[in-house]
Write a protein that binds this ligand. Structure first.
Ligand code: PEP
Ligand code: MG
Length: 325
């Protein structure tokens, strides 16, 4: 079955009624890029950079980071590379840097909060990304944004990094786009305000589901409550998509649920243009695309919005997928 799937690696992901969806990859290393490309990834929608900072004994230098970002950009041959700035903290710790012990690390000192506190480290990363942007279509993404102020403050550091590179005569690009992850419920609620400040949204459902449903994504005892098909999540996806469309910015989904073939009609129904998936999910999702109609998906999504329970939504999704098979 795997070999059969590989035959569609080069086929564009288009529904039977001609709607296309960019299927990009989530990667966390140069090595994972290989697997993504072998599976027909159209760009990288989420490069998790934490792994550059882990399993070592000091922060990576600008040059080290630059070399990795450049290598990924070059391998992508002009396709988009979205580099997410450091999302350390939460479940990801560093051996060489003592993060505070916290009662609730996922709600704590992590991601953009860490970067805005350690602007020196943040700027080093941004400089590396700006330099690498000469080698492809490189874009920057900030994680865990919860307010407009955070976006503005991050963009100020970005502008400063750029000024420095200009002054030092270091080659880089000056028109690099910056977007944000939508993974905090507050960001959903102010998606209209955030959309005016950024170049794109990428919905991080892993954290968004955890925070919206108040279900720790690592806690196995309550994992049955971690429910991507919860009507609350559907409504949030709609809010974010509508805000992005109203402002004319692209919106993608990069959480694990994007790789669930049953969820495909949700993206098609909402009119989302891009998914970012783990390498092994790309071809199964594409295969479903080829058998699906966007018009049917829109009708199904309307039905989903009338459901009162996650179970009903999930059933609809599953039977839609089974029928198309
Ligand atoms: C997410 O939260 O959905 C996401 C893609 O980021 P991570 O899994 O790295 O937190
Ligand atoms: Mg996240």
């Amino acid at each position: 079955a795997r070999e059969q799937l590989l035959t569609i690696a080069e086929v564009p992901a288009v529904t039977q009624d001609g709607v296309s969806l960019t299927l990009a990859a989530n990667i966390s290393s140069l090595k994972e890029l290989e697997a993504a490309l072998n599976n027909g990834a159209e760009g990288v929608g989420l490069f998790r950079t934490e792994f550059l900072y882990m399993d070592r004994n000091q922060f990576p230098t600008e040059q080290e980071q630059f070399e990795v970002y450049r290598a990924v950009a070059e391998k992508l041959n002009g396709e988009t590379l979205i580099v997410r700035t450091l999302d350390i903290g939460g479940d990801k710790q560093l051996d060489y840097y003592e993060l505070p012990e916290e009662e609730n690390p996922f709600l704590g000192f992590r991601a953009i909060r860490f970067s805005l506190e350690r602007k020196d480290l943040f700027k080093t990363q941004l400089r590396a990304i700006l330099r690498a942007s000469q080698y492809g279509d490189v874009q920057i993404m900030y994680p865990l944004i919860a307010s407009v102020e955070e976006v503005r403050e991050a963009n100020e550091v970005l502008a400063e990094a750029q000024r420095e590179l200009v002054e030092e005569g270091v080659p880089h690009r000056s028109d690099v786009k910056a977007g944000i992850m939508i993974e905090v419920p507050a960001a959903v609620a102010i998606a209209d305000l955030l959309a005016d400040e950024v170049s794109f949204f990428s919905i991080g459902t892993n954290d968004l589901i955890q925070f919206t449903l108040a279900v720790d994504r690592m806690n196995e005892q309550i994992s049955y409550l971690y429910e991507p098909y919860h009507p609350a999540i559907l409504r949030m996806l709609r809010t974010v998509t509508n805000a992005a469309k109203a402002s004319g910015i692209p919106v993608s989904v990069c959480g694990e649920i994007a790789g669930d073939v049953n969820a495909l009609p949700i993206w098609l129904g909402l009119g989302i243009e891009e998914l970012s998936l783990s390498a092994q999910a790309i071809l199964p999702v594409k295969e479903s695309m080829l058998r699906t109609k966007a018009s049917d998906s829109r009708r199904l999504l309307e039905q989903m919005f009338r459901c009162k329970t996650a179970r009903e939504v999930r059933r609809l999704a599953e039977s839609f997928h089974a029928e198309a098979a």
